[in-house]
Write a protein that binds this ligand. Sequence first.
Ligand code: CP3
Length: 335
Amino acid sequence: MKLMRVLNGEAVWPPPVWLMRQAGRYLPEYRATRAQAGNFLKLCLNPELAAEVTFQPIRRYGFDAAILFSDILILPMALGQTLTFAEGEGPQMPPLKSIDGLNPQAAPGIYAPVMETVRRLRAGLPAETALIGFCGAPLTVACYMLDGKGGGFPRTTALAAESSPLLDDVINLLITASIAYLQAQIDAGANCVMLFDTWAAITQGETFDRYVIAPHRQITTALKAANPGIKIIGFPKQAGTRLPDYVRESGVDAISLGQEVDPAAAIAACPPGTVFQGNLDPNVLREGGPTLARETRRVLDAFRGTPHIFNLGHGITPDVNPDHVADMMKIIQNA
Ligand code: CP3
């Protein structure tokens, strides 16, 4: 598997490629399967249909990796928090007051369908296609659990600034639950896992150490102790000047970069041998044409000679023309 070679530190040319949200609303076949499932949550919890939408972009484009189709908020739902996806409004949960109402013991039974999806995926994917499992990092999941919806997360930001015991309770519960959840995905056949910390930047300085680096470190330490050789990709979005500290201290094997990061600056700032993933701007995938061609080559060239997994800086948007993805793939394959 090309992707696993890169995660082991090899610079492969042309690089392996997959895209965040590669299974999604920009694909007509995804929209059809989602309609068949009824809604997004039902799709996530239906192993046959969740596996089907995961396979769709692999069949169409031959990506080097498939990412399990699910969502980072399935874990807090399994812990007992009500989750709804209002059409066109994103996820919502009742803002958490204490962790007393949550039941970690019941979680594995509720997320069992996700593990069945993973088993079907590993059995059905081509042998050369890596299967990526994932979870949301504790801080990002805590943001939704405590604020109840996206949009700045003022409550979680304030709780982090005052080192609140409630935030510590939630983070500690999520560390333990995430380790079990990722372990179950590895047992079911995931070849590597990714930690999504989209809202890492609501912390700075000491709070970044406490709520981003330390939880990632606990998760990577536990998974590596139980699974020798397992590879973990971290995505501390907008970590900025803390990126090199994160690389050195979190225990991840690779870092995913948002489109705001200059590749040359990241390569210069991080330890030699750092494995990178990213970081094409999803907006150029929407635009297509000469801009897409130029930017795809720029990202390829910027990481040439470095272990690199080609990807976007954030998820594909629903308005992307699927032909643009095919155009991008041709440029990478002919590089
Ligand atoms: O990358 C993949 O294809 C794997 C599956 C995956 C999804 N979400 C599917 C999804 C993964 C890894 C995620 C991660 C996720 N989910 C994050 C972290 C990464 C990021 O995007 O910042 C976050 C913050 C969430 C929470 C979430 N889920 C939001 C805010 C939304 C609404 C935004 C939107 O695009 O509608 C979702 C919904 C969601 N998750 C969709 C998909 C394919 C769209 C669902 C649909 O209506 O069909």
